[in-house]
Ligand binder design. Structure first.
Ligand code: CDT
Length: 312
């Protein structure tokens, strides 16, 4: 047991819909309003959703060129996002933000950044588990074209020391994969932050709608507990131009318990004072990695991608 009582004022800024017609400036205004509210409620760090600056455009069939011209950022901060960085510095609040990134070399990524309390970018992540497809599914009610519009991330799952917190990050579908969190926990992550856009309807199979929320929550809760970390997840939700996405943005403690959950499908700030020592109890006992892990028996995890024959 430790006497360490470090805390983090942690907020999740869930977003209601962003429609095709909404400007970047209008969206950034919403983000700034929520940052002010988070600060007034004692928060020091705010988590925003995946692709927070635009509608969830992978649902629409279009060329890569059109998508990049309409929905990607070529600089961060850029003219529309600079005010958010300025406000972060003024309020001394750090943040995580998801956006579509087009690099100077022309590579497209689904990206997230961590910005510290001085408004400086201290971490970058490019989404690794890209769901969906790259072909045009003409029979589907909408598309999920992340495999068409984005390259697989090339930065790995890293942990960044931001304002004295070991913070890891990922994006949406990554949250469903246990490897995501374990790789970060092995780098002593204390908090993992993430944004998501999860359509209520699964176009790949007839998944009951309630399961979309259930599987979202159990993934976050199990991963927080199994790694002794805080997990904060911010959704963009509600009906974007008629396409509905789940809400239920949450903050999960290292106990696996949900300690704050959004009630609406609109812009909504939830926050907690996260006791960072809470995770230590789990990391020192049941999930003491150094004492109990047996990586020599986990080799298939890196040797195989898909399921194959049983070991001889
Ligand atoms: N944005 C994102 O990764 N959404 C996925 C939907 C998967 S269904 C094709 C998610 O895991 O929530």
């Amino acid at each position: 047991m430790s006497s360490n009582t470090r805390t983090l004022g942690l907020a999740v800024a869930q977003m209601g819909p962003v429609h095709l017609a909404d400007s970047r400036e209008a969206v950034v205004h919403r983000l700034m309003e929520m940052m002010r509210e988070a600060k007034s409620r004692g928060s020091e760090f705010v988590v925003y959703p995946e692709l927070a600056l635009t509608t969830f455009f992978p649902r629409y069939w279009m060329s890569e060129k059109e998508a990049q011209e309409r929905f990607f950022e070529v600089s961060m901060p850029g003219p529309a996002t600079q005010p958010l960085f300025d406000l972060a510095r003024e309020l001394q609040v750090g943040f995580y933000l998801g956006y579509a990134e087009l690099t100077p070399e022309g590579k497209p990524y689904n990206t997230a950044i961590i910005v510290d309390r001085t408004g400086r970018i201290t971490g970058k992540y490019r989404k690794i588990h890209l769901p969906g497809h790259s072909d045009h599914k003409t029979e589907a009610p909408f598309q999920h074209l992340e495999k068409k519009f984005f390259d697989v991330g090339d930065l790995g799952f890293r942990v960044f020391d931001t304002d004295n917190i070991h913070m890891g990050m990922c994006l949406c579908n990554d949250r469903r994969w246990p490897e995501t969190y374990r790789v970060m926990a092995l780098q002593s992550a204390e908090v993992v932050v993430l944004g998501y856009n999860t359509p209520s309807q699964n176009i790949h199979w007839n998944e009951p709608v309630h399961l979309r929320t259930t599987t979202h929550l159990i993934s976050l809760q199990a991963s927080a507990y199994q790694n002794g970390i805080w997990v904060a997840a911010a959704g963009k939700c509600g009906s974007e131009d008629g396409f509905h996405m789940i809400g239920s943005s949450v903050i999960v403690a290292p106990t696996g318990e949900i300690v704050a959950r959004a009630l609406t499908e609109e812009d909504e700030v939830i926050c907690v004072k996260a006791d960072l020592s809470l995770g230590e109890f789990f990391r020192e006992h049941v999930f003491n990695f150094a004492k109990h892990r047996r990586p020599e028996h986990y080799k298939l995890i890196t040797e195989r991608t898909g399921a194959g024959e049983a070991l001889a």
